[in-house]
Design a binder for this molecule. Structure first.
Ligand SMILES: [Zn+2]
Length: 498
């Protein structure tokens, strides 16, 4: 599960906790069979969450171990390649780039006044190893003040220029992107004060290589810029920028920007298998779980640094593999069942985005997608959290299953708060009906203790997991997928549209 800036769940939970009234476990298979399922889940989770796999971080030796293990297991459960590429049986390469800011400096010159803006008043970012921009009078590179606009009135004339814009919270990212799209060499954003400067973060940021935009972005405080331009003139420029007919103008100012970053280009992989259906052309069901986790994630001096990610997300992988095994071993299915292990979920749902850009079949053919992320928290018989409820045509089938299985319907607000933090969100955005159904998100008293003590920490280890709810979730998905993979029982066109 991807992290969240918001702390929605970490506070204010003590109120309103009702005494748990646990319904009897749903017995749809013999107890001995449940035990055998648990055993297989435990074997996969224990292996994937062992220190040998080093926290399964993309671009590290832990990745190769993880992929090799999953490939063996995908073959064992009876999948065949889903890649459509004879040269790459399971793997779909995902080109990534990681960048980490190292240094940055902004220098402003007007006439004889030259100021190297101190780090307390300026921050500079680039994804390049080294980026330099020199501009101003005599350089042939104009410095253009665009006020609160996005420079679009200038069209091509902004190409090569350094743009200076006034911050306007909520619109700034969009405006900077627009200025870079017009090929501005650099964009300087003027922030009200030091408190609104972006943090000079040292953490690595990972993106899809195909999404990367080559940028050089500086942020400077209003006072620092005004000090060089002259406070009176700067005040007039800002007042002019408020006018509806304001037109961008060239400043008599030299701006020089230098920045360096650490840059790591590497190729990770999604893994894709399929259980071919016997009704070709009738569409597909997709199940997915992210294989990546955080690698080492505690301070260098900690006794245990490896974030093993047993719950997040060895548990999802284990459930997905056992589900695939049972689907393959049971009665033949009409629609194809794709089984996808995604990379770089923790870095911002990147692997699933790569998948959505180059799917094995058009995305419109996927009638349903089920994501598995952070299972193995709830005991058997717990209510089901339904992430993605009310957003697509699957509601009717899923709600009928919940009603007939006797499993309670979980806390809807809790489930809703995770919609955008999981891989299914990317597919949902592309029109694929995508849900995440799990007892882990059914109630705060199940989820909160995990988030508060083990989530994204070295203590998310296999010894701590509870598999009763995960087995319930697995069996529920098996029933649902048997319905949704049967063209005679489910046709998406006949389902209610959102
Ligand atoms: Zn996570």
């Amino acid at each position: 599960m991807m992290g969240s800036g918001a702390r929605l769940l970490v506070t204010g939970l003590a109120s309103l906790m009702l005494a748990a009234c646990t319904p009897a476990p749903v017995v749809s298979v013999p107890v001995s069979e449940r035990a055998a399922i648990e055993q297989r889940l435990m074997a996969d989770i224990t292996m994937l969450a062992s220190d040998d796999f080093a926290g399964r971080k993309p671009g590290t030796p832990g990745e190769e171990k993880t992929l090799a293990y999953l490939e063996t297991r995908m073959a064992e459960v009876g999948l065949v390649s889903g890649t459509n590429d004879p040269g790459s049986y399971w793997r779909e390469p995902v080109a990534l780039v990681g960048t980490r800011p190292l240094s940055g400096q902004l220098t402003l010159t007007q006439g004889r006044k030259r100021v190297v803006v101190p780090a307390s008043d300026a921050v500079v970012f680039t994804p390049r190893r080294r980026a330099i921009a020199t501009s101003g009078p005599g350089t042939g590179v104009p410095v253009v003040f665009v006020g609160f606009g996005d420079g679009s009135v200038l069209g091509d004339r902004l190409a090569g220029a350094v743009a200076v814009m006034l911050a306007d919270p909520g619109r700034d990212t969009m405006r900077r992107n627009s200025l870079f799209a017009q090929r501005a060499t650099a964009v300087v954003t003027v922030e009200p004060d030091a408190a609104t400067l972006p943090a000079a973060q040292s953490a690595e940021r990972v993106q899809l290589a195909s999404d990367e935009v080559d940028t050089l972005a500086a942020y400077v405080t209003d006072a620092a810029l005004g000090g060089v331009i002259g406070q009176g003139r700067w005040a007039r420029l800002k007042a002019d920028a408020q006018a509806p007919d304001f037109a961008p103008l060239e400043l008599n100012l030299a701006v020089s920007i230098e920045a360096t970053a650490e840059r790591r280009e590497f190729v990770s992989s999604n893994l894709l298998g399929v259980i071919p259906g016997n009704a070709p052309g009738s569409g597909a069901v997709l199940v997915l779980a992210h294989w990546d986790h955080l690698g080492e994630c505690s301070p260098a001096d900690a006794a245990d640094r490896i974030c093993n990610g047993a719950v997040d997300n060895a548990s999802g992988l284990a459930v997905m593999l056992e589900l695939a095994r049972r689907l393959k071993a049971g009665a033949p299915l009409g629609r194809d069942i794709y089984v996808l292990a995604t990379t770089a979920e923790e870095a911002g749902l990147l692997g699933v985005r790569a998948f959505a850009k180059q799917p094995p079949q058009p995305l419109s053919q996927i009638v349903a997608a089920f994501n598995f992320d952070m299972l193995a928290l709830a005991p058997a018989g717990s209510p089901v959290g339904y992430i993605g409820r009310g957003q697509g045509p699957l509601d009717a089938v899923i709600l009928a299953e919940l009603a007939s299985s006797g499993r309670g319907d979980g806390d809807a607000a809790l489930a809703d708060s995770f919609v955008q933090r999981q891989d299914g969100w990317v597919l949902q955005q592309q029109g694929v009906p995508s849900v995440l159904l799990s007892s882990s998100y059914g109630s705060r008293d199940v989820l909160q203790p995990f988030l508060g003590t083990r989530y994204h920490r070295p203590s998310d280890e296999a010894v701590q997991i509870e598999l009763g709810g995960a087995v319930d979730d697995l069996l529920m998905h098996e029933r649902l997928i048997r319905i949704l993979a049967d063209p005679a029982r489910y046709q998406p066109s006949s389902a209610p549209q959102p």
